[in-house]
Design a protein around this ligand. Structure first.
Ligand SMILES: [Cu+2]
Length: 389
């Protein structure tokens, strides 16, 4: 009995990373994409109008004019905000975004590299070999044992040796898959001590990011229009006005939750996908050493504009991160009155490169407008009116 249980667990474990592997087929229905900025795209749904008004309020537009602004107005308000935010990294073709190649995006985290190896070097060859074997057996049986070529069929009903083989071989294959699979799973759920905590909140239909270690400021991240993407050189449907900025080399703890319905925070290049559930806090983590810009999308069908709430994670050198935090009106741990998180990031050289100095030099324009831009930010997600429903 116990053996069956182990086998079942191994099977389940083997399948999990396989599921996660399908991280990021582009979700957007392409025909609708052109109409992002047209009223028909959202105007017909009364709920969409309400939710987008909130989106506008939270980002750039003054609260006074926000309530009757339709979703179409939200992107229009963006350029000013986008210009005010220091952005360090440029999109790179083939990195952190979908490409024409078959397979999984190049991985930039250790977990992702291990998982990619597991998928490419172990799962795919085994799956391919099994499929080819079954196909070959089928073709052989079809050719060899049809009525014409085999008019007098054998009456054999048992063959102990063959039965033992076809039971044992699959068990061995599953064991071979289970060992690295469970190891990978365990690594994903045993994060190292965090250098930085970011709270990721899903909304219909945008993301907001809170930095509890850095003065608890919040940035609100909305999709760019096609024209803005083109102007900024960002991939279509993936560019956002406010990126999730994190320092390179830091262990980032990501707490996901939602304001309305279930969303899912997914960044394929990090091998990160975690549901954002209203009323719950889920946790995942990543550590990226390589500065760059990595895109993701909401990966849980969450409503009419599910395809239009992309994620852009900007991994920057620690000094740039400090400058960005300053531009956003936040503080670096150990420099101000920032409430220390339970992870005591103040001790981390990674998240606190300028402890005791003021070498950080944010761009002047950013410093001028940045802090006020999200002045309404520190509203707790749960305190916001439930506009979505
Ligand atoms: Cu969503």
């Amino acid at each position: 009995m116990k053996q069956y249980k182990i086998l079942l667990m191994a099977l389940a474990a083997a399948m999990l990373p396989g599921v996660a592997a399908h991280a990021q087929a582009p979700v957007g229905p392409s025909p609708a994409a052109g109409s992002i900025s047209t009223p028909e795209a959202v105007g017909t749904a009364p709920l969409a109008g309400t939710a987008s008004a909130v989106a506008t309020t939270n980002s750039a537009a003054p609260a006074a004019t926000a309530p009757d602004v339709s979703k179409t107005a939200a992107p229009a308000a963006k350029p000013a905000a986008a210009a005010a935010t220091p952005q360090f990294e440029q999109p790179e073709p083939g990195i952190g975004q979908p490409t024409d190649r078959i397979g999984i995006q190049p991985q930039v985290t250790d977990i992702g590299k291990e998982a990619l190896w597991f998928h490419d070097a172990l799962l795919m060859p085994i799956i391919t070999a099994i499929s080819l074997l079954v196909l070959a057996l089928l073709l052989y049986v079809i050719a060899r044992y049809n009525r014409r070529s085999n008019p007098n069929p054998s009456r054999t009903s048992h063959n102990t040796l063959i039965e033992v083989i076809w039971t044992l071989v699959p068990v061995l294959i599953l064991l071979i898959i289970a060992v690295p699979s469970i190891k990978l799973l365990a690594r994903q759920y045993n994060p190292p001590k965090a250098d930085l905590t970011v709270k990721v909140i899903g909304h219909q239909w945008y993301w907001s990011y809170q930095y509890p270690d850095n003065g608890d400021f919040e940035v609100v991240s909305n999709i760019l229009t096609d024209a803005q993407d083109k102007a900024k050189g960002e991939p279509r449907l993936l560019g956002v006005d406010e990126r999730l900025v994190v320092p390179a080399g830091a262990v980032v703890k990501v707490i996901t939750t939602s304001d309305d319905v279930i969303h899912s925070f997914a960044v394929p290049a990090f091998w990160v996908k975690m549901d954002a559930v209203p009323g719950r806090l889920n946790e995942t983590w990543f550590k990226v050493d390589r500065p760059g810009l990595y895109y993701g999308q909401c990966s849980e069908l969450c409503g009419a504009r599910h395809a239009y709430m992309p994620i852009a994670v900007e991994v920057v050198p620690p000094a740039d991160f400090a400058a960005w935090v300053k531009a956003k009106g936040g503080t670096m741990p150990g420099q101000g009155a920032a409430p220390a998180s339970s992870d005591a990031t103040a001790n981390s050289p990674v998240s606190n490169p300028h402890a005791g100095t003021s070498a950080a030099t944010p761009e002047p324009s950013a410093a001028a407008t940045g802090p006020t831009e999200n002045a309404s930010a520190p509203v707790a997600p749960t305190a916001q009116p439930a506009t979505a429903n």
